[in-house]
Design a protein around this ligand. Structure first.
Ligand SMILES: [Zn+2]
Length: 260
């Protein structure tokens, strides 16, 4: 008979409270894929495991097989990403990568490359890299690993190599559209040369390479806009954390201490 308990290295993607003090954790584990597990009594002040049951915690969890859901019996934290938790934009970006990981994975379907991608994104967010850059790098590599790599070299309609000029971006068609097809089909959003080159570069690079890319405000907005349309088209729904990122950006700046 299989052992009743097992250990799983995992990152908490999200949590759902229920009952008086219980919580369901949606874990993405390196070896077992996505798992819904129950943490009983975790919301009591006396719970020893409360610190391991928050979203974006990376830990080794001890789990006992249950009839419906497996039950959390112990945890050893590996990373809590303190700098992410101190900054609204970083926390929203952390939720963004966790939400997309949740959307692109199925229960009990292991994918170590996706686990490593999520872990790398969180580690670099915590290390102080620009949240937009981490999210765009994550978007492209997630799409690639999940089998939805956007076309960045040929026109998705006529299959001609893309020229170095303003082209167009079509999430519905699966990537870049040449200028003449975009005009003919009256479809696609403007795609600048530097945005196209940046998307190619991010897709080819590991994070250390991606971190070398210089991205100003207008390029960051264009990349975010195109990738958001693309990802939302693939998952066929809005990304909740992306709306949160917009709301945080729209907040008035905090008054500076000198002004008071
Ligand atoms: Zn074309």
């Amino acid at each position: 008979m299989a052992s009743r308990t097992y250990r799983a290295e995992a990152i908490v993607l999200r949590t759902v409270d229920f009952g008086e003090a219980d919580r369901i954790l949606v874990l993405f584990s390196r070896h077992f894929g996505k798992l819904h597990v129950v943490a009983k009594g975790i919301r009591r002040a006396t719970s020893r495991m409360a610190g391991h049951a928050e979203p974006l915690t990376h830990a080794t969890y001890q789990l006992a097989r249950g009839r419906e859901l497996d039950v959390l019996t112990g945890a050893e934290t590996r990373a809590v990403y303190p700098s992410i938790r101190d900054d609204l934009m970083r926390i929203a970006a952390g939720w963004y990568v966790a939400e997309l990981t949740d959307r692109f994975t199925l229960e009990h379907e292991p994918s170590a490359p996706l686990f490593d991608l999520l872990e790398t994104a969180l580690r670099h967010l915590d290390a102080g890299h620009a949240p937009g850059l981490v999210c765009r790098w994550f978007d492209l590599h997630l799409l690639d690993r999940a089998g939805f790599r956007p076309e960045l070299y040929e026109c998705v309609s006529c299959r001609e190599a893309l020229q170095e000029r303003q082209n167009a971006w079509s999430a519905a068609a699966g990537g870049a559209l040449c200028a003449s097809c975009a005009a003919k089909l009256s479809s696609g959003l403007g795609l600048t040369v530097r945005a196209l080159k940046s998307l190619r570069y991010l897709l080819q690079s590991d994070f250390a390479g991606a971190a070398q890319l210089r991205v100003d405000g207008s390029l960051a907005s264009e990349l975010e806009h195109h990738m958001r349309f693309f990802v939302q088209h693939v998952i066929d729904r809005e990304i909740t954390a992306a709306r949160l990122l917009d709301e945080i950006r729209a907040l008035p700046p905090l008054p500076s201490p000198a002004a008071s």
